[in-house]
Design a protein around this ligand. Structure first.
Ligand SMILES: *Cc1c(COP(=O)(O)O)cnc(C)c1O
Length: 282
């Protein structure tokens, strides 16, 4: 993979704050995050990420208490999740539900560990999420909403959900088109077990900071628009956006949840094409 050049200074930001305008993406570090193999490694990486979150909040004039760090443990084994727990993590995100279920079952003794499913879900796997997850961030169809609701009602549970929006326009990314979101939200109150918390997106995977920022800004603007006539009971306070390579830009654009894997757990050995249908442009 060619190493992208550092992003040029971004002159087209929507936030208009000069201090934040040149925040780069870190996708070029991809594959170079050191592996965490001890509680001390996890504590160190978590502290470094929290410091970067705090610095991004300072630049944006935000309170770091508004930004939840969701560590993403996909591809790492249960033993590493246990180390993350020992370092203080109480909620972990997984992209694939089968993998999540295996690991969470192995960690069932950690009573206060909660699981978040952040990746695309096939309707026939809704039962697993309804049973094992405390949060689902990739709701993108009414068929899935219906299947989740039915399974949750049977389990007597509720589930926090985020509606995934495709802000990059890439065919390879899951999520609703922005213009589909309003009608989608109007249909959700029918599914009483789903507690809608907000929107989620994956930005363009790019070293061009301005193009990444545009994805995050679009999600925030969409949220602000949708909030004006959201149905009763549909919460739109949360914006889940930003990962290891771009979370600082996401925070500058209003993220309330950042989903961070590699900067905490270390580089993954599997390529991202294992998780997303194709890689984005570098
Ligand atoms: C893997 C993943 C992340 C975290 O990516 P990192 O590069 O490991 O920080 C965030 N969101 C989703 C949906 C993911 O699948």
């Amino acid at each position: 993979m060619p190493t992208p050049r550092p992003a040029p200074p971004d002159t087209s930001v929507t936030s208009g704050a000069p201090a934040t305008s040149s925040t780069p993406t870190w996708h070029e570090r991809h594959g170079r995050y050191p592996r965490a193999d001890s509680v001390a490694d996890f504590k160190h990486n978590l502290a470094a990420v929290r410091e970067r979150i705090a610095a991004a909040c300072r630049r944006a004039g935000r309170d770091p208490g508004e930004v939840r760090l969701l560590p993403v443990s996909k591809t790492f084994d249960a033993a590493h999740l246990r180390l993350a727990y020992a370092a203080g993590c109480r909620q972990l995100g997984e992209n694939k539900v089968q993998e999540a279920q295996c690991k969470w079952e192995a960690l069932a003794d950690l009573a206060d560990l909660r699981g978040s499913v952040i990746g695309h879900l096939q309707t026939n796997k809704a039962r697993r999420v309804a049973r094992f997850a405390s949060e689902f961030q990739a709701l993108d169809s009414l068929r899935l909403a219906e299947a989740l609701d039915r399974r949750l009602q049977a389990e007597g549970r509720g589930l926090d959900v985020f509606v995934q929006i495709n802000t990059s326009g890439e065919a390879s990314k899951y999520g609703l088109a922005p213009q589909e979101a309003a009608a989608f939200l109007r249909a959700l109150p029918a599914f009483g077990a789903l507690r809608v918390r907000g929107l989620m997106t994956l930005a363009l995977f790019s070293a061009e900071a301005a193009r990444v920022r545009a994805c995050f800004a679009l999600l925030r603007q969409l949220r602000d628009l949708l909030r004006q006539d959201a149905p009763a009971g549909i919460g739109l306070d949360e914006l889940s956006m930003g990962m290891s390579g771009d979370f600082e830009i996401a925070i500058e654009e209003g993220a309330t949840v950042v989903r961070i894997g590699q900067a905490i757990f270390g580089a993954r050995t599997l390529p991202d094409s294992h998780y997303w249908p194709t890689n984005g442009v570098p």
